[in-house]
Each structure stands twice: as structure tokens, then as C-alpha cells.
Design a protein around this ligand. Structure first.
Ligand SMILES: Nc1ncnc2c1ncn2[C@@H]1O[C@H](COP(=O)(O)OP(=O)(O)OP(=O)(O)O)[C@@H](O)[C@H]1O
Length: 305
């Protein structure tokens, strides 16, 4: 049983629910309902992709979990308790989108990471050895120790992401919400972030990662939540991250390329390759040659839908 799993006294079974969003509706003050009746649950020790078009409510969902926006209906539970309980204990950490941060603010890397400790300090914010140690360990873990005295604004996009990830680690977040962590980072940094997320998963934490990087989702996410103003599908990646669900989620925004026949092979191989992409790394589906569509490679071959 992983460290954060809980015994459920009601039925005597292990209750591994890390995050439970139940039927939430969020209406902004201008009357815009950004989320309606959204529900899903994520067990501990998992990485979950949050996937949807721009404006589908991903950031609103994060804000709902963080308690930044009032819920018109529904509840959010963390480790079987109302979210407020976990929030008060700093168990939820948020890694923001780069655009949401003012990079001109003059602050050192180590100070950004120390912000993760604020919730653990008293109101005078006196740093204790335990806080400094948490900052050192977090910087080490993301490979940014050498940059600790640099201004945050001087770092590359990928380095900035790692610093904010370090802040979440210093906070000792058990639920880590990551808003577009791969936007603007190179492949090596993406790999480093994924490796770190996998290690955090193995410690029993819950990661919810919004991403447009469809191709990476099946590679490192155990689960996926597909949203468009509500939850369209949620569950294990293999069951949920299907062509049909992605088409439903992205509608006309998703570009689809189907390659087969002479465009793909110079032999009689009937199999086709379908590539789905919104704007970043595409999701590639290999046909098995059994689908009748694999045999005929019609006019749509190589076409963009
Ligand atoms: N503070 C706000 N006041 C009013 N409406 C808002 C507010 N924030 C977001 N919205 C609206 O709510 C809807 C969902 O926005 P949200 O930012 O949650 O989407 P998103 O999926 O995170 O988008 P993106 O992928 O572009 O970041 C949008 O129509 C947006 O215009």
C-alpha cells in the first residue's frame, strides 16, 4: 500500500482516492459558466493528464481545486477530506503557466523556492534550518542548485519551470497541479521533468498536468481527464485517450493526418498511421491492418481534416 493511501473504515477497503471532483460548476462574476457538472476522481500515486482546447476550463479547474474561485455547485475532496482541509495544510502545490508569472519581478531563484515554505512558517516568516534544507533539497532534485543566486527573470523557459517545480517540492505538496509544464521547454528538459514526475508518483503523490502535448500523454500519464466546459471522459489512459474521445474533446480544432498506401510504404503493407495533433507533439495511432479502412487508402490519404 503506498504511503498516502488510506484505509476506508466504511467498507474496510483501501481508499486510494487522492483527488475527487464531484459535480462542480463554476460561474465567473461576468455570468460566464466555465465548468458545469464536472466530475472525476484520481487515486494517489498517479500522473493524470488534463487535456482540452483553449478556454475549455483547465485553469478554472485548477483554480477550483486551489479554492481560488467559488463553486456554484459541487465539492472537491482531497484524501477523503474537504479540499479546504488539505489546502490549509499546504498539501496542494500549483506550478503556474509561464504567462501567469511576472518575470521582471526582481527575485532570486532560491527566494522563489523559499516561497513554497511560507505556508509552513509563522506569520513573521522567519526561515528555520528545516526550511533552508527543504529549499536545498528541492533545488538539488530539479538540478538547479547552481542557479540559486540568479535572478529568476534571467533563466531560460525550461529552467524557470524547474524552479517552480522546486517550489512545489519545497512546499511538500502531495497534490501537484502543473499548468502546461512543457510549453517552451526543449526535449531534454521535458524528459527531466517527466522523470521527476515519475519519481514523485512513486512516492504516492498525485500529479494533474494540463498539456497540449498529446503525443506525450500515453507515454507518461497513467490517466487522463478530457474536458470541454465539463468532463467528457476520465480514467486510465488506455481506456480514455482514444481517437473517438479526442475528436469529441477537440472538435474541429484537432488536426488529423492519415497516412497509408504509397504515401507511407513502398510495399503491400495495408496498415495506416493516424496522427492527431492540436498544436504541439502529435498523438500517433498505428493501424493493425485489420480495420477495413486500412485496406482502402482513399482520397483522404495524407489529408488534413
Ligand atoms: N476571471 C474570469 N472571468 C470571467 N471569465 C473567465 C475568467 N477566467 C476564465 N474565464 C472564461 O472561462 C472559460 C474557461 O477559461 P480557462 O482559463 O479555465 O480555460 P483553459 O482551458 O485554461 O484555457 P487555456 O488552454 O487557453 O489556458 C473561458 O471562456 C474564459 O474566457
Amino acid at each position: 500500500m503506498n504511503a498516502l493511501a488510506r484505509a476506508n473504515p466504511a467498507n474496510g477497503t483501501e481508499d486510494s482516492s487522492g483527488l475527487r471532483v464531484d459535480n462542480i460548476t463554476v460561474t465567473y462574476r461576468n455570468g460566464q459558466t466555465a465548468l458545469r457538472n464536472a466530475s472525476f476522481a484520481i487515486p494517489t500515486g498517479t500522473i493524470t493528464a488534463l487535456v482540452g482546447v483553449n478556454g475549455s476550463g483547465k485553469s478554472t479547474l485548477f483554480k477550483s481545486i486551489m479554492g481560488f474561485v467559488p463553486l456554484a455547485a459541487g465539492t472537491v475532496e482531497i484524501f477523503g477530506q474537504p479540499a479546504a482541509y488539505a489546502l490549509k495544510r499546504n498539501a496542494v502545490a500549483y506550478v503556474p503557466q509561464s504567462e501567469d508569472v511576472d518575470w521582471n519581478f526582481p527575485v532570486l531563484v532560491e527566494d522563489v523556492v523559499m516561497m513554497g515554505r511560507y505556508g509552513h512558517m509563522n506569520f513573521l516568516r522567519m526561515t528555520r534550518p528545516v526550511d533552508r534544507q527543504a529549499v536545498d533539497e528541492a533545488l538539488e532534485r530539479v538540478g538547479m542548485s547552481d542557479y540559486r543566486k540568479r535572478q529568476i527573470g534571467e533563466l531560460s523557459g525550461g529552467q524557470k519551470k524547474r524552479v517552480f517545480l522546486a517550489r512545489a517540492l519545497a512546499q511538500e505538496g502531495k497534490i501537484i497541479l502543473l499548468d502546461e509544464p512543457f510549453t517552451g521547454v526543449d526535449v531534454r528538459t521535458e524528459e527531466a521533468i517527466i522523470t521527476l514526475l515519475q519519481a514523485l508518483r512513486d512516492e504516492g503523490r498525485v500529479m494533474l498536468v494540463s498539456t497540449h502535448n498529446l503525443g506525450s500523454v500515453p507515454r507518461f500519464c497513467d490517466r487522463a481527464v478530457l474536458i470541454n466546459r465539463t468532463v467528457l471522459a476520465a480514467g486510465p489512459t488506455a481506456e480514455v485517450f482514444t481517437q473517438a474521445n479526442l475528436e469529441k474533446t477537440f472538435g474541429g480544432v484537432l488536426r488529423q493526418f492519415i497516412l497509408g498506401g504509397a504515401d507511407l510504404h513502398d510495399d503491400a503493407d495495408k496498415r495506416r498511421v493516424t496522427v492527431l495533433t492540436d498544436d504541439e507533439r502529435p498523438f500517433v495511432i498505428y493501424g493493425d491492418g485489420e480495420d477495413p479502412r486500412d485496406a482502402a487508402v482513399p482520397e483522404e490519404t495524407g489529408a488534413e481534416k
